[in-house]
Design a protein around this ligand. Structure first.
Ligand code: SF4
Length: 593
């Protein structure tokens, strides 16, 4: 390993332009010729962890390699895996809440009793959660370590909290969960709270009888799971049995924190090495009101993922959603006025629907002023073994769409999506072995994009226009403003675009119909993640694009007669906004216009 690494360092020192994937594969082939043990083979994914571990644990050996900061930056760029993961400018850390009953029981929803409702134990983030007792502190530590091992910069973090319905958990658990997320980031580089570091935390779970071992988990849940899958018991009923075990009862006693304690962690995070630049929480529209929106804001939340699935009352009823269209509309308005970014989950192919009806439904979502999400996840409905949809399938009342129907429907959805909306996903990370019927293609999105190859210039949605990892200079860009109206506000979507309509950054400005205070709901500039304050020229993030967007938003709000402007800043971006003249204002930061 060391010989290969030294050869790579020499090549980078000499002429880094000749080091590409072909050069690397030749290097690996040469060094692996005599290695028969698969675990000792040189590979891209192994070189960086090896380098980092020598740097941390054997400084003398590391010094003998003569790596200066410039050479190290080249090495990180060369060995960085999966560049797309941080291409949007932040490193994403997804965490999962503990198994818990859900106040709804949607027909298509998986019933895996090792997981919170709707998740499956072999989805990647779920595996990590289970290995870490669903503990937020341990999940964050494990994810940041993995990202660093892959060569990603992790100073700007977007936290995504998934699992069932957030609003169904007790307030004490919610506050503790978020407190621990922040504490894990604040303590990542330094000492942990006395007696409550990672080892102590794991020991606590083990001593109380909880386990992360798959064989043991299967043994403990097997018969309950069979009853749930057969329809003899509900998920909620089974989960209550699981939660009555000693381990979970013990955990419930100490998994609490106060808002004051959380705010202390927030304050620490403002200057931490791993700052939270976004916090997303997933919940249901019927559980959103002013009180819950306020509470989520106190937690530091900036984006809400909301399961909409359909805007057709009949389809909602047929699929036991227990949510009405008017509740969905009210949730959109409340969240918008609170300044949140709104991500809607939509499902086509629900029981009772047809492709033509799904097309109409999507047009309603992106065209009716009561809705208009900022981001969409399009999840085609599929059948997993444990869900109640299985009985409808067996009775012939539900059938998955054919691949052709699905690709054509999703392609039409992409074309219907306006320039201010991002389609974040088109499939869920469900393993194909869990899918009894429905789409199993993990590259469905690529298939949809290929089907649109000849119509690329008609695509307006954000994701397909992102500059991603390619570098742009400010000379290539112009600032464009897309106005649109919602039921409660006039919106201005400010975007930096190239002549080819590629997008390098954007800002969402809300001008509410009532009141005199405008709201910046999101500022996002694309480019590879670079260290906060670093001079690495990593892409669009380093040419002041964000600042210019904010100044333009202030001008627009002032011209529209607003007296002040607020920003729904994340804890880790408070200092940045303070430097632009924003002062603390209850749940936001504010600037007088
Ligand atoms: S609300 Fe969400 S988690 Fe609850 S049953 Fe419906 S889909 Fe599943």
């Amino acid at each position: 390993m060391e010989e290969a690494l030294k050869e790579l360092l020499d090549a980078l020192r000499d002429d880094s332009t000749r080091v590409d994937d072909v050069w690397l594969s030749k290097l690996f082939r040469r060094h692996n010729r005599a290695t028969h043990d698969a675990n000792r083979r040189v590979a891209k994914r192994r070189l960086l962890p090896f380098y980092l571990s020598i740097k941390a644990n054997d400084p003398e050996r590391w010094r003998s390699w003569n790596v200066d900061p410039e050479l190290e930056a080249k090495l990180l760029r060369t060995l960085r895996m999966k560049p797309r993961r941080t291409a949007s400018g932040v490193a994403t850390v997804t965490v999962i809440t503990k198994p818990w009953p859900c106040s709804s029981d949607c027909l298509y929803c998986p019933n895996d009793i090792r997981m919170p409702k709707s998740y499956l134990h072999d989805e990647p983030a779920c595996q990590r959660a289970e290995r870490n007792y669903f503990d937020p502190y341990l999940q964050v530590r494990s994810r940041i370590t993995a990202l660093q091992d892959m060569g990603h910069v992790t100073d700007k973090i977007e936290l995504i909290v998934l699992g069932g319905t957030w609003s169904d958990y007790s307030e004490a658990y919610q506050i503790w969960f978020v407190h621990e997320l922040f504490r894990a980031l604040n303590e990542f580089e330094g000492p942990a709270r006395a007696g409550d570091g990672p080892e102590a935390r794991e020991l606590r779970y083990r001593r109380s009888g909880l386990t992360y071992r798959t064989d043991e988990l299967v043994k403990r849940t097997e018969s309950l799971q069979q009853e749930v899958t057969a329809g003899a018991r509900t998920y909620n009923d089974a989960i209550r049995t699981v939660l009555r075990s000693q381990g979970w009862r013990d955990a419930e006693l100490w998994q609490t924190a106060t808002l004051d304690e959380l705010e202390t962690q927030h304050t620490l995070n403002e200057n931490a090495e791993h700052r939270v630049v976004g916090l997303t929480i997933e919940t249901r529209p019927d559980l959103i009101d002013e009180q819950s929106a306020r509470m989520m804001r106190r937690l530091g939340c900036t984006k809400i993922q909301m399961g909409i699935q359909s805007l057709d009352e009949e389809i909602l009823r047929a699929n036991h959603r227990n949510v009405s269209v008017s509740q969905i509309a009210r949730a959109f308005s409340t969240l918008r006025l609170f300044g949140y970014k709104i991500q809607a989950h939509m499902m086509c192919n629900l029981l009772g629907s047809m492709p033509a009806a799904d097309r109409k439904d999507y047009l309603r979502l992106v065209g009716d002023e009561r809705f208009l999400p900022d981001e969409v996840k399009l999840y085609p409905c599929c059948l997993v073994e444990s869900s109640r949809l299985g009985r409808e399938y067996a009775a012939g009342r539900w059938q998955p769409y054919s691949e052709k129907e699905l690709v054509s429907l999703l392609a039409d959805d992409v074309l219907a999506t306006p320039s201010y909306t991002r389609i974040s996903r088109m499939i869920r990370d469900i393993s194909s072995t869990d899918i009894v019927a429905g789409n199993k293609k993990t590259n469905l999105r690529q298939m949809v994009e290929q089907s649109l190859a000849s119509r690329r210039d008609e695509v307006r949605e954000i994701r397909m226009r992102e500059v991603a990892t390619s570098d742009v200079t400010s000379n290539d860009l112009r600032l464009d403003c897309v106005p649109y109206a919602t039921a409660v506000s006039d919106e201005r979507f400010l975007q930096w675009v190239t002549d080819e309509d590629r997008i390098a950054g954007f800002l969402r400005l809300s001008l509410p119909h009532e009141g005199t205070v405008a709201m910046i709901r999101e500022v996002h500039v694309y480019g590879r993640v670079a260290g906060i304050g670093s001079s690495e020229q990593g892409g669009a993030q380093h040419v002041g694009l964000g600042r210019q967007l904010i100044e333009r938003a202030c001008d627009l709000a002032r011209e529209a007669g607003f007296e002040a402007i607020r920003v729904i800043s994340s804890v880790g971006t408070r200092r940045y906004y303070a430097s632009l003249g924003f002062v603390s204002d209850d749940l936001y930061q504010r600037r007088v216009l």
